[in-house]
Design a protein around this ligand. Structure first.
Ligand code: DON
Length: 549
């Protein structure tokens, strides 16, 4: 506890938006200093990057419940000397009882019905079987301890938890699990104890993934489904499998970027955005010039149109290979008008568009032997479905929102109705998650990724462009203001849209025909090789902390 508190004070003493901290050998960087510190302690005990990633992920499930999770899913990218890089896909799946038209217009997404079959525990267990070096129990134990003995709460957590507690029913399992004992609002510095979650984690420590997918925890999930109107069954849980996939490889500025294949659109969008930016000679323009921002937005607009058109779970929809080829990005770049925004509707082509109508977390780990892990996982919205499994203390995802809910209904607000990502039992919903590993001469030199829904590939593209095309330090690459264009809605989201210092730039973008809105984008905790060690780019947009030695 004292050590945890000290870690927190160290973090708070550090500064704002982003910063760099160097480590001689190995490091963990995540949104939460407590999780980074527990992950780094595993490295110090001789664990490798995957061991540390497992601990970091499970501690985040306690200390960053908005997105850290055991009731959600995600993707882990692993690389290291003497092994082929791989993706562990632990994306949620649609329950067996799911159906094409199970959602009606007006249905909210924060419901048990929107929960997919969770993948996190299976994914972490699979990463351990394939790459782990320390015993599984030792890797889960820190999360059990932090949940059982408590941890000192930090301001962003207190603020977000108080706000979500105000939105859920007073008698709900969510209140029982996450409300302040005795009532009232959490105050920064309160010790948070999550006893039911500690017991669930203990079952996972003792029985591995069987402690989650069968037995008491599985039965508690199914009872919760029956109470709350969800679809997940015991068979769905017993049948869930993580999948090992080959990463896609993107060549960019003498580096090779390892990224996700479908069912995430992250790798395809990243390949297209970087490919188009490169074809357009982006870095010949100052980073914050109107033309650079315009070219980025136009590249993103086109990448996200391709996403809508083609991408879904490859087990259910054929994914065209050309999306990953530079030639295709070159062709798309030719359509960019440097003097004017292209209305998104003009790119719709054969997609009929109807004219109407956070939260994830990423962490990066590197060990002293050169093994690296890039992990993004999520509950979908902040605190997911906001349904807590009664007695088991964890929050279920609402990842079913990532399917195309209404066949044929693609609209200008950003809803997509194309066929590759329609709901089907057992299918993985299309993701935008985009953890990456950057290699130079076959060796990992960078690790990055971010939350932010469809803005994720845009965020990661900008971190990489800032670092590799503009030569920024990793902390500046992470801190730099970000933008996003997602095809629809037809607007640039720019972090500085309301900042008077950027008013001229925003005005110039508007003159080119862009609508400009904006808010904070992403949380890209990254690592970059520095000498023989690693430099952490800690993103301060939420909280953030790096730990290592
Ligand atoms: O996998 C996806 O694309 C989304 N469910 C991620 C959600 C997300 O990043 C929300 N966070 N800020």
């Amino acid at each position: 506890m004292t050590a945890t508190f000290l870690a927190l004070l160290t973090c708070i003493a550090l500064s704002s938006q982003s910063e760099g901290v160097s480590f001689r050998q190995e490091a963990v960087v995540s949104v939460c200093p407590i999780a980074s510190k527990e992950g780094a302690a595993i490295l110090r005990r001789g664990g490798n990057a995957v061991d540390a990633a497992i601990t970091t992920a499970l501690v985040l499930a306690v200390t960053h419940p908005a997105a850290g999770n055991i009731g959600g899913g995600g993707f882990m990218l692993v690389d290291g000397p003497g092994r082929e890089p791989e993706v562990i896909d632990y994306r949620e799946t649609a329950p067996g009882a799911a159906s094409l038209r199970m959602f009606q217009p007006g249905d909210g997404g924060r419901t048990a019905k929107a929960s997919g079959v969770p993948g996190t525990v299976a994914g972490l267990a699979m990463s351990h079987r394939r790459h782990g070096s320390l015993p599984w129990r030792d890797l889960v134990e820190p999360a059990v301890r932090v949940a059982r003995d408590g941890f000192v709460s930090y301001k962003p957590l207190v603020d977000s938890l108080n706000s979500v507690l105000a939105s859920v029913s007073p008698n709900s399992a969510f209140q029982k699990a996450y409300g302040k004992p005795g009532g009232g609002k959490w105050v920064t510095g309160d010790t948070m104890v999550f006893a039911d979650l500690a017991n669930t984690l203990k079952a996972i420590a003792q029985e591995g993934e069987a402690g989650f997918y069968s037995g008491g925890v599985a039965r508690a999930i199914v009872s919760e489904m029956q109470r709350s109107g969800g679809l997940i069954s015991l068979e769905d849980l017993a049948g869930y499998r993580a999948i090992v996939r080959e990463p896609i490889k993107i060549q960019y500025k003498q580096h090779e970027i390892l990224a996700l294949p479908p069912p995430s659109s992250g790798g395809a969008c990243l390949a297209l955005i970087l490919g188009m930016a490169d074809e357009e000679g982006l870095e010949k323009n100052p980073r914050d010039s109107v033309v650079a921002l315009h070219l980025l937005a136009e590249s993103m607009r086109r990448a996200f149109r391709e996403r809508a058109r083609h991408l879904g779970d490859p087990a259910f929809a054929p994914i065209p290979g050309f999306l990953f080829e530079r030639e295709y990005a070159r062709g798309l770049a030719k359509g960019i008008n440097r003097a004017q925004a292209t209305p998104s509707i003009d790119l719709a082509g054969d997609i009929p568009v109807v004219l109407e109508t956070e939260h994830t977390t990423h962490f990066s780990v590197a060990d002293a032997k050169g093994m690296v892990v890039s992990n993004t996982y999520t509950l979908e919205d902040s605190y997911g479905s906001r349904v807590v499994v009664a007695g088991a203390g964890f929050i279920l995802n609402n990842e079913m929102q990532d399917f195309n809910w209404f066949p044929g209904k693609t609209d200008t607000k950003g809803r997509i109705g194309t066929s590759a990502n329609l709901i089907s039992p057992g299918k993985r919903m299309l993701s935008s998650q985009c953890p990456v590993i950057v290699r130079r001469d076959g060796k990992a030199v960078g690790v990055s990724g971010s939350p932010g829904g469809r803005t994720i590939p845009s965020t990661v593209a900008q971190v990489l462009i800032n670092k590799l095309a503009y030569g920024m330090t990793i902390e500046d690459a992470v801190a730099h203001p970000r933008l996003h264009h997602g095809w629809f809605p037809d607007e640039i989201r720019f972090e500085k849209s309301a900042d008077p210092r950027w008013a001229d730039t925003v005005e110039a973008l508007r003159r080119l025909g862009h609508k400009v809105t904006g808010r904070s984008q992403g949380d890209a905790h990254s690592l970059w090789r520095e000498g023989g060690g690693w430099r952490a780019g800690i993103d301060r947009r939420i909280a953030g902390g790096a730990s290592g030695q």
